[in-house]
Design a protein around this ligand. Structure first.
Ligand SMILES: [Zn+2]
Length: 207
C-alpha cells in the first residue's frame, strides 16, 4: 500500500477504482485514496463531525486531519450512509420540493465587528449556523427555506460553501466565498434564527 512499495502494478484508489498517480492522493489509516476522492470527500462531508460523533474519534489539535485516521471501510460506509439518506429524502420529498438540504451540524455565532464589519456583526449576533449537504437543487444566499420538521421559515443571511480547505470562522472573516451551493456539496448557512431552529438530520427545503 505504501507509495514507494512494489511498483509492478499501478496503485488503484480503493474508493473509486481509478489509478492513483505518483505523489498524489492522501494516506488514510489503512491505505491511500486518490486526490479526486479526497476533494470530493472534503467538499461533500463534514468529516470532522462524522469522525467525532460516529466514530468516537478525538481531534486534539487543529492541524490534525481526521481523514488520515479513517479506514477505507469507514470512508466507504460514510459515503453509503449519505447516499442512502439522500435517496430517502428525495423519494419522500422530491416531488414537493426541488431543493433539499440536510443538516449535519449546528452552532451559534457572535462575531466581532472588527472581524466581519459592524453591519454583519449586528446581523449575525447569536444567530444559528447549520452545516450540511445539498441533496438536490441549489441553495443561495438570501433564500428563504422551510424546516420540514417544524414548519418554520428561515432566511439564509449568508451561505458559505465548505471546501474543506478552511474552517467556518476563516471563511466568514475572509468574505470571498461563493454565495451558492449545488447538489452534492456541503455548505454553512447562517440563518436568521435562534439556536433551537434546527437539529441534526433536519431537512431544509425550497420549492
Ligand atoms: Zn478515488
Amino acid at each position: 500500500m505504501a507509495l514507494f512499495g512494489r511498483k509492478k502494478e499501478k496503485e488503484r484508489c480503493p474508493v473509486c477504482g481509478n489509478e492513483i498517480s505518483f505523489f498524489s492522493g492522501i494516506v488514510v489509516r489503512d491505505g491511500t485514496i486518490c486526490s479526486d476522492c479526497e476533494k470530493m470527500l472534503r467538499g461533500s462531508f463534514d468529516i470532522e463531525t462524522y469522525y467525532v460523533r460516529r466514530l468516537n474519534g478525538t481531534v486534539k489539535r487543529k492541524s490534525e486531519d481526521p481523514l488520515n485516521d479513517m479506514t477505507i471501510e469507514q470512508i466507504k460506509d460514510m459515503i453509503d450512509t449519505q447516499k442512502e439518506q439522500q435517496t430517502r429524502s428525495v423519494s419522500e420529498h422530491g416531488e414537493d420540493f426541488a431543493h433539499l438540504y440536510v443538516v449535519q451540524d449546528y452552532f451559534t455565532i457572535a462575531p466581532k465587528a472588527v472581524d466581519v464589519g459592524l453591519k454583519r456583526a449586528r446581523a449575525f449576533k447569536n444567530k444559528l449556523v447549520v452545516r450540511g449537504m445539498v441533496q438536490s437543487g441549489v441553495f443561495e444566499q438570501g433564500d428563504t427555506v422551510k424546516n420540514i420538521r417544524t414548519g418554520q421559515e428561515l432566511l439564509i443571511l449568508e451561505l458559505i460553501p465548505c471546501t474543506g480547505a478552511v474552517d467556518f470562522t476563516t471563511e466568514l472573516h475572509a468574505r470571498i466565498h461563493k454565495k451558492t451551493a449545488s447538489v452534492n456539496t456541503n455548505a454553512w448557512l447562517v440563518l436568521d434564527a435562534e439556536y433551537d431552529a434546527a437539529d441534526e438530520n433536519d431537512l431544509l427545503v425550497k420549492e
